[in-house]
Write a protein that binds this ligand. Structure first.
Ligand SMILES: NC(=O)c1ccc[n+]([C@@H]2O[C@H](COP(=O)([O-])OP(=O)(O)OC[C@H]3O[C@@H](n4cnc5c(N)ncnc54)[C@H](O)[C@@H]3O)[C@@H](O)[C@H]2O)c1
Length: 463
């Protein structure tokens, strides 16, 4: 067995930011980049708010907007900013001066804000998923064209050190032309269950996990394969959460079933959650600790799809939401061999994760490599009994280091765009359209073509 480091990209362009990117980003001079944020929930005030202010001294906030006035007031205090706040998007767009409107609302509201911001003359950075259905998607594409402004879609997973190394290997044709892919993603009973506690459990708010969550995975596939999807056949059911239980309540706080419910979650144990959600639920009825057994949940909790790409690649994809551990594995079959990798499969790594804390660590902005641990990518050639192991440092926080690297490319070095890593509306659309096609395929019980959904014509080679 050969074991060697594959550091082509990371050593050449990113060695200095591999382990200590934060200090490198603090710039004190020059004109500030002005940001206005719509959606002051946990992602907005954290990653796009407080963390951004800490890491990028060349950025400043000129406005905050949310429909919940209580959450908005807390956001201003938490982010320690003095900019004006708005409960109406039109008011904010009329009033603020900003280089970017950042969109971090619930998924189903992204389109309205993106379209209005573009038409008011702003560039936009939106959280994933770009939007939740094909009609909204078409409206965003049309508004971008009509306005001449630009939308950047924040696909942070692309920017992780591990994802980039895999991209390097595939772009270098390590195992020849890729013909098929097996991709499985597992959400554990802590983080996976969390999607069923709040708005993500309703198709109308998050487009189902086919869109809300799998947009990340489909975008990675599109980018790694440098191709676009043509057709999707999918299956899915809801057979663990939602209606599938003998008892249910409204929310965990005060629930009569809390002693026997394995999914009981005490939101009051976290001050930030109380300040953000509990203290403001009287404004809009948003329950952050809603019951995972609610009869109103209408998304799937087990999903699988076959995706055909314009370059002929066939993908088998699955997403599970009640796994004992959280992680993923992928294998690319090429004409000359096979490349495979994984993250966080407990029996394949040195130190087992604390499954209850894993998601919070991933969402943190820590960017430290875990000493003595690596991510591994295995390449094996046909007719050979040997295999090569390519390694990168294992970065636990900030989505594998992707969060901070993506923002660095947005706000510090806009010319650093290796392998077209920065994503726009076409990438945003192509990833959600796979999920939207999967939803339709389940409903219609037939394969659904991507060309049925918008005017975009899938490209065999994106670049
Ligand atoms: N890329 C990632 O890794 C990542 C991680 C977490 C969340 N996200 C994305 O960030 C976004 C926010 O997620 P979150 O976890 O912070 O959710 P959240 O529920 O904490 O916050 C959403 C906020 O949107 C507000 N809102 C709802 N409708 C609105 C509207 N019409 N106008 C303005 N505000 C509105 C709500 O009041 C709430 O404050 C989602 O799109 C989610 O997919 C991305």
């Amino acid at each position: 067995m050969e074991r060697r480091n594959f550091v082509k990209y990371t050593a050449a362009a990113g060695a200095s930011l591999m382990l200590h990117p934060f200090s490198a980003f603090a710039t004190g001079s020059g004109e500030k980049i002005r940001l206005a944020l719509a959606g002051t929930g946990v992602r907005g005030v954290g990653f796009w708010g407080k963390d951004l202010i800490k890491n990028f001294s060349n950025c400043e906030f000129t406005g905050l907007m949310d429909i919940n006035p209580g959450r908005l007031a807390y956001a201003r205090e938490y982010m320690n900013v003095s900019c004006p706040v708005f409960t109406n998007i039109d008011e904010m767009l009329k009033t603020v001066k900003a280089d970017y409107i950042i969109v971090t609302t619930v998924d189903a509201a992204h389109d309205e804000i993106i379209v209005k911001a573009l038409m008011a003359g702003f560039n936009v950075i939106t959280e994933k998923p770009m939007t939740t259905d094909e009609d909204k998607c078409r409206k965003i594409l049309a508004a971008e064209k009509a306005s001449g402004k630009k939308v950047t879609v924040a696909f942070n997973y692309r920017h992780s050190v591990h994802a980039m190394q895999l991209k390097e290997l595939l772009a270098a044709d390590r195992v020849g032309k890729i013909t098929s892919v097996d991709f499985n993603w597992y959400l554990n009973v802590h983080h996976g269950a969390d999607y069923f506690r709040r708005w993500h459990g309703k198709i109308a708010k998050g487009g189902s996990l086919w869109v809300h969550k799998a947009t990340h995975h489909f975008d990675l596939l599109n980018w790694w394969l440098n191709s676009e999807p043509v057709e999707v056949t999918a299956y899915g059911s809801l057979e663990h959460y939602g209606k599938n239980n003998a008892f249910r309540g409204t929310k965990c706080r005060g629930c009569e079933h809390k002693e026997k419910c394995k999914f009981y979650w005490d939101i009051t144990g976290n001050k930030h959650n109380v300040n953000m959600y509990v203290n403001n639920e009287h404004h809009d009825g948003y329950l952050r600790d809603g019951c995972v057994w609610s009869n109103d949940i209408d998304i799937y909790d087990k999903m699988s799809a076959q995706i055909i790409y314009a370059n002929g690649v066939q993908v088998n994809y699955s997403l599970t939401t009640y796994s004992p551990y959280e992680g993923w594995q992928i294998a690319f079959n090429g004409l000359k061999g096979r490349v495979e990798t994984w993250e966080d499969i407990p029996y394949l790594q040195k130190t087992p994760e604390d499954q209850a804390k894993r998601h919070a660590i991933e969402m943190s902005n820590a960017d430290d490599a875990i000493p003595g641990e690596v991510r591994e990518i295995i390449a094996m050639d046909n007719f050979s009994k040997n295999f090569e192991v390519y390694t990168t440092p294992k970065i636990r926080g900030g989505h594998g280091g992707g969060d901070i690297r993506m923002q660095r490319r947005m706000f510090i070095d806009k010319t650093d765009n290796p392998h077209h890593i920065m994503a726009g509306t076409r990438e945003g659309a192509m990833s959600i359209l796979i999920g939207i096609a999967a939803r339709k395929s389940i409903q219609l019980k037939r394969p659904v073509k991507i060309s049925e959904l918008t005017d975009l014509v899938p490209m065999a080679n994106r670049f």
